[in-house]
Design a protein around this ligand. Structure first.
Ligand code: FAD
Length: 483
């Protein structure tokens, strides 16, 4: 056992890859003892279920950034692989530390792992402390008048609004005490989180800089540039009108409390409606975690059991057309290609593509959820599952199933000049505004002049929306009858 690490504390980083507003780190610093920052590559991802490919890319860069920030304060980050309990027990044995600190996670995979570790390590005489920070409020804090979990967003929002401000965010430390000698660490590059052959993530760099510093800059830039007008602008995918903070939040590079407090006191310069609307979106994330915490089956089980007998289709060709952005509906294809190119998709378009998969193609929402989980840099177990169930109509406080988005009308309304489509579906770039969202209605001459050959340079629609809509409604009423 290394004597000089004996009085150190282990600080286990998980979904809190930041120094700012980090309660476990703050407590570790306050103890005045040397700190061993640790990140564990857990067999099931990072303790929240399998890690998707796009988020693995993000994680690599985020850990690199965190290690570099820690080094700049005189510390470092130790990397280890294995199930978290064995890794921690091994590290405790090697170093003689008696204290392990972490910030809590609230998903059904991570919670039991953490409970077990807390129990087992406490039995061995260790001090284990966990702290809040992934959410604005602990998921057990806000309950209905009957002391039950909320199932509807608006009363949840009201309860949150009336429950007082989330705690003031803590500042990042200026210095972190190191142990005299460091325990062994793996090399991050050994984890092979980055794609190589082919490097499908090469265009991610065009828009993303993972890490805490970039997250804080993005927040500042969003408040300066786009918060004013957010309520209206946020629905138009060609406008840079949303914060794009989601991947930073997903791995905890920024805390929701930091974001919340940054929007305080702005109402004298920015319309109150915009500020409130932005906060309400942040609270959708909170609500999703509330649902996931209280209903852990959310990622795989229909919230509304009426959907259990839904006649989903399993057509692999249609599913592949959807994933590749080859459906013949330009707004759907633009969204799916944005996802492929940047690992992210605008919220309005996420709703459109999800509605298309579930209702036009009658493919189970769980297949869409899994595809998003693998391809989104912001993949989040709570927001992804809750949103897919919301679109499907099977979720809590969901959009009703019979609300079926018309992909042409959605495109015309929210991308009226076709800028978004032209960016991600370049083969339609020369088609005029009139037909940009409905190339299949364009006269032959118009298509020829735009260099579009349907079925060759761009697909024919894979389904007829009007027919698909009636088929979906029929399937839904059959399910209702069966319930
Ligand atoms: P902003 O508009 O700037 O909002 C600020 C923050 O609020 C976001 O970063 C996000 O944390 C939160 N937020 C906004 N809208 C929602 C919402 N509807 N539900 C939950 N939180 C929200 N979001 C994820 O973070 N991860 C996912 O895996 C995810 N999957 C989704 C799947 C579907 C089918 C749909 C319809 C939505 C999904 N969302 C998911 C929600 C939403 O699309 C993204 O949070 C949002 O587009 C992120 O962009 P932004 O940061 O610019 O958002």
């Amino acid at each position: 056992m290394a004597e000089n690490t004996q009085n150190a504390v282990v600080l286990w980083f998980r979904k809190d890859l930041r120094l700012d507003d980090n309660h476990a780190l703050h407590e570790a610093c306050r103890s005045g003892r040397p700190i061993i920052p640790l990140y564990i590559s857990e067999p099931d991802g990072h303790g929240t279920g399998p890690l998707g490919a796009a988020q693995s890319w993000w994680l690599h860069h985020s850990l690199t950034a965190l290690q570099s920030s820690l080094r700049s304060l005189g510390s470092d980050l130790v990397f280890r692989t294995g199930d978290a309990f064995s890794v921690l027990k091994g590290l405790v044995g090697e170093t003689g530390v008696d204290t392990v600190l972490w910030n809590r996670r609230y998903d059904p995979v991570g919670i039991p792992i953490d409970h077990r570790i807390k129990d087992e390590l406490s039995k061995l005489g260790l001090n284990i402390s966990s702290f809040a920070g992934q959410l604005l409020h602990e998921p057990t804090r806000l309950l209905t008048g009957a002391r039950t979990p909320f199932r509807v967003y608006t009363p949840f929002w009201r309860a949150l609004e009336n429950s007082g401000e989330p705690p003031e965010p803590l500042k990042a430390p200026l210095k972190i005490t190191s142990p005299v000698s460091w325990p062994k660490s793996e090399e991050l590059s050994q984890w092979k989180l980055l794609p190589t052959k082919p490097d499908w993530a090469k265009s991610f760099n065009e828009i993303w800089t993972p890490g805490e510093t970039a997250a804080l800059l993005r927040l500042e830039d969003f408040i300066d540039r786009a918060l004013d007008g957010y309520k209206e602008g946020r629905d138009f995918p060609s406008k840079p009108a949303t914060s794009m903070l989601s991947p930073h939040l997903a791995l905890g590079e920024i805390s929701p409390a930091r974001i919340w407090h940054a929007t305080r006191g702005l109402s004298h310069t920015i319309p109150r409606d915009d500020v409130i609307h932005f906060r309400k979106e942040l609270v959708w994330r909170e609500f999703s975690y509330h649902l996931l915490f209280h209903f852990p089956g959310l990622p795989y089980a229909n919230w509304n059991s009426r959907f259990n007998g839904f006649p989903w289709r399993t057509d692999c060709t249609l599913f592949a057309s959807w994933t590749r952005g080859q459906t013949g509906y330009p707004i759907v294809d633009a969204g799916m290609r944005q996802l492929w190119k940047h690992g992210w998709m605008h919220n309005r378009v996420r709703m459109i593509v999800a509605s298309f998969l579930i209702k036009d193609l009658l493919i189970d929402w769980r297949r869409g959820e899994a595809w998003f989980r693998d391809t989104l840099v912001d993949a989040d177990p709570a927001s992804n599952a809750a949103s897919w169930q919301w679109v499907a109509g099977s979720g809590a406080d969901a959009s009703p199933f019979f609300r079926i988005f018309n992909p042409v009308l959605q495109g015309e309304k929210f991308d009226p000049e076709g800028r978004y489509v032209r960016e991600f579906v370049p083969e339609l770039a020369d088609l005029g505004d009139r037909y940009i969202h409905r190339p299949f209605d364009a006269p032959e001459k118009v298509l020829r002049e735009a260099g579009v050959i349907l079925g060759d340079t761009y697909p024919q629609p894979i389904v007829d929306h009007a027919k698909a809509r009636s088929r979906a409604l029929q399937a839904y009423s059959a399910t209702k009858d069966a319930a």
